[in-house]
Ligand binder design. Structure first.
Ligand code: AMP
Length: 194
């Protein structure tokens, strides 16, 4: 089974592609953003600690997200592949992840970099907010223009640190995220091994 990291700015389609890969290949989806949002909703101690940073579009402390990821990875089914979505975001997280996965005997196979232009990104984010609104769903508290700008800036910083790290390990795969959803699914699906 394949183990993935998805690297991409908010709105690049990581969630959509993760959903498809899970359905097709039974992978476990670990989205640190989703886990943090649910901890905040449930007002757990971790959620309370993370809320201010998430609402402001800033990174929460490494140890909080690392703990969440370790818990999920440890609880997965034997030999189940996984997609880490939104993690790692710092070099420190990437290094801790490597050590954790080495101990579990499940190293990463692919780090997918979702390449997308800033203009298209803006359109996709607007569309996401509109769809949520039309469906009567609550628009994410961090999906407003000022915070989004900050989240995209944070992403650019993370990518600048992480892509050379994974490139050097021979794990980085660039995917054209401005292509059609089906095309992107095909590109990523071709990487999965059974
Ligand atoms: P996302 O849904 O991945 O865009 O994440 C939403 C927010 O959760 C981010 O803006 C951060 O505040 C926080 N977050 C998610 N993943 C991480 C991470 N790996 N490290 C630090 N903060 C994170």
């Amino acid at each position: 089974m394949s183990n993935f990291v998805f690297l991409g700015p908010p709105g690049a389609g990581k969630g959509t592609q993760a959903e498809r890969l899970i359905l097709a290949h039974g992978l476990l989806h670990i989205s640190t953003g989703d886990l943090l949002r649910s901890a905040i909703r449930e007002e757990t101690p971790l959620g309370k600690e993370a809320k201010a940073a998430v609402d402001a579009g800033l990174l929460v402390p490494d140890e909080l997200v690392i703990g969440l990821v370790e818990e999920r990875l440890t609880a997965r089914k034997e030999n189940q592949g996984f997609i880490l979505d939104g993690f790692p975001r710092t070099l420190e997280q990437a290094k801790v992840l490597d050590a954790m996965l080495a101990k579990m005997g499940s190293p990463l196979d692919h780090v997918i970099l979702f390449d997308i232009s800033a203009a298209l990104l803006e359109q996709q984010i607007e569309a996401r907010a509109r769809q949520s609104d039309e469906a009567g769903l609550q628009v994410r508290s961090d999906d407003n223009p000022a915070v989004l700008k900050r989240r995209i800036g944070e992403y650019a910083r993370a990518t600048a640190a992480l892509s050379p790290y994974y490139e050097e390990k021979g794990l980085l795969r660039n995917v054209d995220a401005s292509a059609d959803i089906e095309q992107v699914t095909l590109q990523i699906g071709a990487l999965v091994t059974r």
